[in-house]
Design a protein around this ligand. Structure first.
Ligand SMILES: [Cu+2]
Length: 117
């Protein structure tokens, strides 16, 4: 018998390699999702927009467009990201109303605020 399963497995690996991580990131961003999404970009050591107002249940997605790593950490510990490298994203579904200020722990002068209504 010929080893058919390993051959199929190597084909699948090949296809994944061709698509690359960018293709998967794009697919994830485009996937249908019940939660409305607000994007915050991290650029030139600042959050844009610095203050966003969203409805309860919304998803907030941060994307690091700098060449330096950044983090997102809420002042009261509601959310906290790992260090995001260039192009990395971090998302949080805002389930509670309130005002959530946050900083980048690597550059604590970077401030942002999410207002959930
Ligand atoms: Cu930073």
């Amino acid at each position: 018998m010929k080893p058919r399963i390993p051959k199929l497995a190597s084909t699948a690996t090949c296809a994944a390699a061709l698509l690359g991580p960018a293709a998967f990131a794009h697919a994830a961003a485009e996937a249908p999702n019940a939660a409305p999404t607000t994007h915050v970009s991290i650029k030139q050591f600042a959050f844009h927009a610095k203050r966003v107002v969203v409805k309860k249940g919304s998803r907030v997605v941060w994307k690091n467009s700098d060449s330096d790593p950044h983090t997102i950490k809420s002042a009261k510990g509601h959310f906290s990201s790992e260090a995001l490298d260039t192009g990395d994203t971090y998302s949080v579904v805002m389930r509670h109303a309130g005002t959530f200020s946050y900083i980048c722990t690597i550059h604590p002068y970077m401030h942002g605020e999410i207002v959930v209504r």
